[in-house]
Design a protein around this ligand. Structure first.
Ligand SMILES: [Zn+2]
Length: 295
C-alpha cells in the first residue's frame, strides 16, 4: 500500500465514525466521575455518557487535555457540577457551539447547597458554595431528577427509559442511604479531614468534623495552624484523620506525630474506582465503611 493509503486506513481504524458521531448522534458528556455515575444510571439501555475527567488530578486545579476539550466540543449535552468545582468550565463553555446544552447540577432544583467552610476566618465565604454536592443521598435524588428531565427533553425518543431509570435510581439511592444511616448512627466522635470535602456527608449522617487542614485551595497551612490542629486532636482526644486519595500528604505525619491517631484514606471522587453506574454507590459505601471503622 502507498503510505498515504496506509495512513487513511489507520485513521479510519483509530477514529471510527467520529465525524458522524459529532454531527448526528445525541451524545452526552459528564465532567466528574460521581456525577457521570448517576448519568450512566439514567441512560442505561439508551446510551452511554462520556466521562471527561478520568485522570486522578484534583478537580479544583484541573487543566483539560486537548482530547478532553474536543470531547466537550462534540457533546450535545454536558453535565457538570458548577464553577465552584470545575473552575475551567466557564471559559470552555464560552468557546462551544451555542447549540449545545450544559447543565450545572449545583443549580438543580431541591439541591442542598452548603456554604464552603474556610480556615481563614476573615475570608468572604458568603458567596462560595461547597462544591462536593454529590456526597449526600438527598442531593443525588435532586441531581437524578434534573438529569432525567433534561435527557428526556433533549432526547424524547428515550424519555420512557430515562423515567424508568429515574424511578429505579431513586429506589437504589434510598436503600443505600438507609443502610449507611444505620451503619453510622451514633458515630458522633470527632475527626479531622485533610481536605474539607465531606461536609454534605457529615451533614446527612450526623458526623462531627472537628477541623480540616485545607478547604480546597491547596495552600500549605501555617505552622501556627498545624499547631492549633495538634491541640484540637489532643484536647478533643480525636483518633481519626482522613485524607483524600490518591496521595497521602506529608503534613499528615507532622500532624499526628506522637499522637494515637488512625490515618485513613477517603475517596470522594472515586479516583480509584472504575467509572460506571455503580460508582456513586461505591463512593458512598466506602466513605461509610471508613467512618464506621474509625469513629
Ligand atoms: Zn474537593
Amino acid at each position: 500500500m502507498r503510505p498515504s493509503l496506509i495512513l487513511t486506513v489507520l485513521l479510519a481504524l483509530a477514529f471510527p465514525l467520529q465525524a458522524q458521531a459529532s454531527a448526528e448522534i445525541f451524545s452526552v458528556a459528564v465532567t466528574v466521575k460521581p456525577v457521570h455515575s448517576l448519568v450512566a444510571g439514567i441512560m442505561k439501555g439508551a446510551g452511554r455518557p462520556l466521562l471527561i475527567m478520568s485522570s486522578s488530578a484534583s478537580p479544583h486545579h484541573y487543566s483539560l487535555r486537548p482530547s478532553e476539550r474536543r470531547a466537550l466540543a462534540n457533546a450535545s449535552l454536558i453535565f457538570w457540577v458548577g464553577p465552584e468545582l470545575e473552575t475551567f468550565m466557564p471559559r470552555i463553555l464560552d468557546s462551544l457551539d451555542p447549540s449545545s446544552t450544559n447543565i450545572a447540577l449545583i443549580k438543580a432544583k431541591g439541591l442542598l447547597r452548603l456554604p464552603a467552610r474556610t480556615i481563614d476566618h476573615h475570608a468572604d465565604t458568603q458567596a462560595r458554595i461547597d462544591p462536593h454536592i454529590w456526597l449526600s443521598a438527598d442531593n443525588a435524588h435532586a441531581m437524578v431528577d434534573a438529569i432525567a428531565d433534561e435527557l428526556g427533553r433533549l432526547d424524547a425518543a428515550h424519555a420512557d427509559i430515562y423515567q424508568a431509570n429515574k424511578k429505579r435510581l431513586h429506589q437504589r439511592i434510598s436503600e443505600t442511604d438507609g443502610q449507611i444511616g444505620r451503619k453510622l448512627s451514633g458515630k458522633t466522635s470527632g475527626f479531622l479531614s485533610y481536605h474539607d470535602a465531606y461536609q454534605y456527608f457529615e451533614n446527612a449522617y450526623g458526623l462531627n468534623n472537628a477541623g480540616f487542614v485545607s478547604s480546597g485551595d491547596e495552600i500549605s497551612p501555617s505552622a501556627k495552624y498545624v499547631h492549633e490542629l495538634r491541640d484540637i486532636i489532643q484536647k478533643q482526644q480525636l483518633h481519626c484523620l482522613f485524607y483524600d486519595a490518591p496521595n497521602r500528604p506529608a503534613l499528615v505525619d507532622t500532624l499526628t506525630r506522637g499522637l494515637a491517631v488512625d490515618v485513613l484514606e477517603l475517596d470522594a471522587m472515586g479516583i480509584q474506582l472504575e467509572p460506571g453506574e455503580n460508582t456513586w454507590f461505591e463512593i458512598m459505601n466506602k466513605l461509610a465503611e471508613a467512618c464506621e471503622s474509625c469513629l
